[in-house]
Design a protein around this ligand. Structure first.
Ligand SMILES: Nc1ncnc2c1ncn2[C@@H]1O[C@H](COP(=O)(O)OP(=O)(O)OP(=O)(O)O)[C@@H](O)[C@H]1O
Length: 365
């Protein structure tokens, strides 16, 4: 089963501290939502409110159209999978996976059949009679997922479920988690502070900061069209360039920056329409800088800079540059493998205006 989730103006305070600040979010049935943000931003608090382990101080939660605000965890159509997915060490995998079904009074034969079906889903059917200590970390994690799904929740809540795995296994499990979610169609709400993980698995990412939602959208939107400086900086690397709106017309807004003038479309102002005379902050991703000579038609010239540091990253060079006209402005740019660059090389920079986003200046850092 699967169900939509509606969070309306949820606030959670602990004494005088506000952990969750007036958060509203609608999640579609079958959607894979990732709550992303730094430690302490309120992700787990929101997940705990969805699971019924915490009550909101204010606001309302509905699942499948039913008000759940004061319903205890056991009576909600949710299952929570924690990072320390404690499996029962003395039980075979099929009994671990069937445990929730046993608690619900499902008979042995049906329990085993369903447990084996879910073990099959996570690629462990042949291990049904093994015990947890015979498995690797990734396999144990899959058993925990099978156990959580076996009770057929409408919504699965996952709190950093891959946090204990090493990086390689983690990346592999992300792919599996996404593919399993698509197959079962259950609504998933997954907490992480790893932006790459969020990008790999989410239908929509919810970026949180200090108890509030900063940004929300498909991974590509959050990356290409962030709505705040915090969101832009948390989702990958970004250069922030101060700018002033000189004029606005139907074609776009003319901006003045310390490294030159540029015209960008109105739709690239993600935090509100451009207003003449206002200051904004431009977000330029490192891979969007080009050498002007190599991309004359592609880009708009954005001044000259000197390479102050360079590192080879296989697919590209990661360069630190200092703008000639604005020595206080440090730039990080990715240049192609073919670029013949060394420290001290002067580079004429260009950026395609379509790749630049103008953020409101009042955006929090
Ligand atoms: N029971 C509590 N009493 C007091 N403060 C709490 C309580 N639970 C959470 N907090 C505070 O609320 C804030 C948000 O906590 P939360 O666990 O939701 O953050 P998080 O984003 O999940 O962080 P992490 O990634 O570190 O788990 C933190 O500052 C935390 O210290």
């Amino acid at each position: 089963m699967t169900a939509p989730v509606s969070i309306e103006n949820a606030t959670k305070t602990f004494g005088s501290f506000t952990a969750l600040d007036d958060v509203s979010l609608d999640i579609a049935a079958g959607e894979f939502i990732v709550l992303l943000g730094p430690s302490g931003c309120g992700k787990t608090t929101l997940l705990s409110i969805l699971g019924g382990f915490l009550s909101p101080t204010k606001g309302r939660i509905a699942i499948g159209g039913r008000d759940m605000t004061n319903v205890p965890p056991a009576r909600r159509p949710t299952t929570t999978m924690f990072q320390d997915y404690a499996l029962f060490p003395h039980m075979k995998l099929k009994d671990n996976v069937g445990f929730g079904l046993r608690m619900r009074g499902v008979g042995k034969a049906e329990r085993e059949e369903r447990a084996k079906g879910f073990l099959d889903l996570v690629g462990l059917k042949a291990s049904a009679d093994k015990k947890p200590h015979e498995l690797s970390g990734g396999q144990r994690q899959r058993v925990a997922l099978a156990r959580a799904l076996a009770v057929d929740p409408d919504v699965l809540l996952l709190d950093e479920p891959l946090g204990a795995l090493d990086l390689k296994l983690r990346r592999q499990m992300q792919d599996e988690l996404k593919s399993i979610q698509k197959r079962v169609g259950t609504t998933f709400v997954h907490v992480t502070h790893d932006q790459e993980e969020a990008m790999a698995i989410a239908d929509r990412i919810v970026v949180m900061n200090q108890g509030k939602i900063e940004d929300c959208g498909p991974p590509s939107d959050i990356y290409m069209r962030p709505r705040s400086r915090f969101s832009a900086g948390f989702m990958g690397e970004a250069n922030f360039v101060p700018a002033k709106v000189k004029s606005v017309d139907v074609g776009g807004a003319k901006l003045e920056t310390p490294i030159g003038s540029i015209v960008i479309a109105r739709s690239n102002f993600t935090g509100g329409a451009p207003v003449e005379g206002r200051t904004v902050t431009l977000c330029i991703r490192p891979e969007h800088f080009r050498r002007a000579t190599e991309a004359a038609e592609l880009g708009t010239a954005l001044g000259e800079a000197v390479v102050t540091g360079i590192a080879f990253f296989g697919t590209h060079y990661r360069c630190h540059l200092k703008a000639t006209d604005a020595p206080g402005l440090s730039i990080v740019a990715h240049m192609p493998q073919s670029a013949e660059l060394v420290e001290g090389t002067r580079v004429a920079l260009a950026v395609n205006p379509a790749d630049i986003v103008a953020l409101p200046d009042h955006a929090r850092n």
